[in-house]
Design a protein around this ligand. Structure first.
Ligand code: XMP
Length: 512
């Protein structure tokens, strides 16, 4: 396994993504927490990430010196190259300006790091970024590639297997960057790339058994991908020591609650408590139209109901959650930054700590698409694990104004037709998230000879890689046209359909 030392770059996670895509297990740890875990982790290679600091600032972050004494290969990227240089006896000057953008490097020397790329004298496109400037490389290092602006774009000490790269190999703008990282892990560090989902599954099943022993585990199922995959994995590990509690808010997509219940009970034979709490949620939401109050109400009611049901599971000592890796990485770039704030409103309530249950989080090492791959590995239908993200508060935040049972039913129908047309057009997997919104606005229409006065349905579809930014999806008109015609014809209560062409920012993906 590989240790990624995080110096706070916005793209550190992408290094981990690239490594895992090539079958190498890795973990990201903040630079100031590495010392304590180095021995236990025993990395086979170390990567120093980029970061916003300058090696010249007082107390500029550095890697524990021991990283260079482990006898394993070390790769410094961007800021990582700067600190590697500074720590090994080279010289680095503070640059006046940071430089970002496309650049070309010229290969000057052969190195296993660039194997499979060009020959000496050939050029390679990279995504450059530098603030500090190296003025002298440490003893033992040689220049492998240079660009106009960076004479030390790639440097290597082949003897000690230390490398520095000034640009970002982990981003898509460096077209063959993934190959460079792969060379580092496979060719230089000699890793086999045998970290697969099937290996992870076996490993995790064993870990769950070790942690849980003969204890009883409660797993909260939301109907979403993460908790479903976690539940199936847990069931494989501990069988009927697992009880799933599915709090059905009545605010899921059309038919989704039934699907979850059938799949878990009939297909997997997993003990499932299905709490049909639609009336309770809708009752509490009656009269509420402020978006944040809706979220808080749903969060509160959810915890109340979950507590009540969990207390009925006798002898439970563990609570399983579908926490993912992006939620647990203690990222240096997010310290005190805005990401922390954005997350908190997305969480639908936590569990009160008087529930003295120990946590089991079998997915906490995985990224979202790895969870999907694990789901398929465990036999979940690909269409089920490939579903678009769905917010915890569900359709309540897709019904601006008051949420009533009638309006939920109308929206579910419109949404199902929209998704059906998207699937038929083969576009579902090209879209990050697509959904319908029911607006509390009435407009006039004609149906046959009669005048109608019904509500407006807005359709939304966006592309995105992480939900933080998004572009509206450019549909072929006929797909939108078909969806609109069907919604107006088949859903009583809607007589007009509009398409949302707002990107994020300045808009958000959801309407509330
Ligand atoms: P926004 O609307 O903020 O959404 O652009 C970004 C992503 O987060 C999802 N989202 C939520 N998820 N609880 C959740 O679990 C929430 O309250 C919530 N609000 C938005 C949204 O669906 C999108 O994927």
């Amino acid at each position: 396994r590989v240790l990624i030392v995080d110096f706070g770059s916005q793209v550190t996670q992408l290094i981990a993504r690239r490594l895992r895509e090539s079958g190498v297990y890795c973990e990201i740890h903040p630079y100031d927490k590495v010392e304590g875990m180095l021995d236990a982790f025993a990395p086979k290679a170390v990567i120093l990430s980029g970061g916003p600091a300058s090696v010249h600032e007082a107390q500029s972050p550095s890697a524990p010196q021991r990283v260079f004494e482990l006898g394993v290969p070390v790769l410094g990227i961007c800021y990582g190259e700067m600190t590697l240089c500074a720590q090994l006896g080279g010289a680095v000057e503070g640059g006046q300006e940071r430089e970002f953008g496309r650049a070309e490097i010229l290969i000057e020397r052969l190195s296993p790091l660039l194997q499979g790329l060009g020959d000496i004298g050939e050029r390679e496109t990279v995504w450059m970024s530098h603030g500090d400037k190296i003025t002298a490389i440490p003893l033992g290092f040689e220049v492998v590639a240079a660009s106009e602006g960076s004479p030390f774009a790639v440097i290597a000490d082949e003897g000690r297997r230390f490398y520095g790269i000034q640009f970002h190999p982990e981003v898509a703008h460096t077209p063959r960057g993934a190959l460079m990282l792969r060379n580092f892990t496979h060719k230089i560090a000699g890793l086999k790339g045998d970290w697969t989902m099937s290996a992870f599954r076996d490993e995790m099943v064993q870990k769950i058994r070790d942690q849980v022993g003969d204890g009883r585990v409660i797993c909260g199922l939301s109907g979403g991908v993460d908790s479903s995959v976690a539940a199936v994995l847990l069931h494989e590990a501990i069988g009927d020591q697992l009880t799933c509690v599915f709090v059905d808010t009545g605010l899921l997509r059309h038919n989704e609650a039934e699907q979850v219940v059938t799949m878990f009970r009939d297909h997997y034979n997993i003990p499932l408590v299905h709490v049909d709490a639609a009336d309770e949620f809708l009752g509490q939401l009656s009269g509420v139209s402020d978006p944040e109050t809706k979220r808080k109400t749903i969060g509160r009611v959810f915890v109340e109901i979950f507590d009540r049901e969990a207390a009925k599971v006798e002898g439970a000592t563990f609570l399983a959650q579908g926490t993912l890796y992006p939620d647990v990485i203690e990222s240096v770039s997010a310290r005190g930054g805005p990401s922390a704030v954005i997350k908190s409103h997305h969480n639908v309530g936590g569990l009160p700590d008087y529930m003295k249950l120990k946590l089991v989080e079998p997915l906490r090492e995985l990224f979202k698409d790895e969870v999907r791959a694990l789901g398929v590995e465990l036999g979940l239908p690909p269409a089920f694990v490939g579903r678009h993200p769905f917010p915890g508060p569900g359709l309540a935040i897709r019904i601006p104004g008051e949420v009533t049972p009638e309006r939920v039913a109308v929206l579910q129908k419109a949404d199902a037709i929209y998704l059906d047309e998207i699937r038929k057009a083969g576009l579902y997997d090209s879209i990050w998230q697509a959904f319908a919104v029911l607006l509390p606005v009435r407009t006039v229409g004609v149906m046959g000879d009669a005048r109608t006065y019904d509500e407006v349905c807005a359709l939304r579809a966006v592309t995105s890689t992480d939900g933080m930014t998004a572009d509206f999806f450019e549909f072929p008109w006929e797909v939108l046209g078909r969806a609109a015609t069907r919604i107006i014809n088949e859903v009583k209560g809607i007589n007009r359909v509009v398409y949302d062409v707002t990107s994020k920012p300045p808009g958000t993906i959801e309407w509330e």
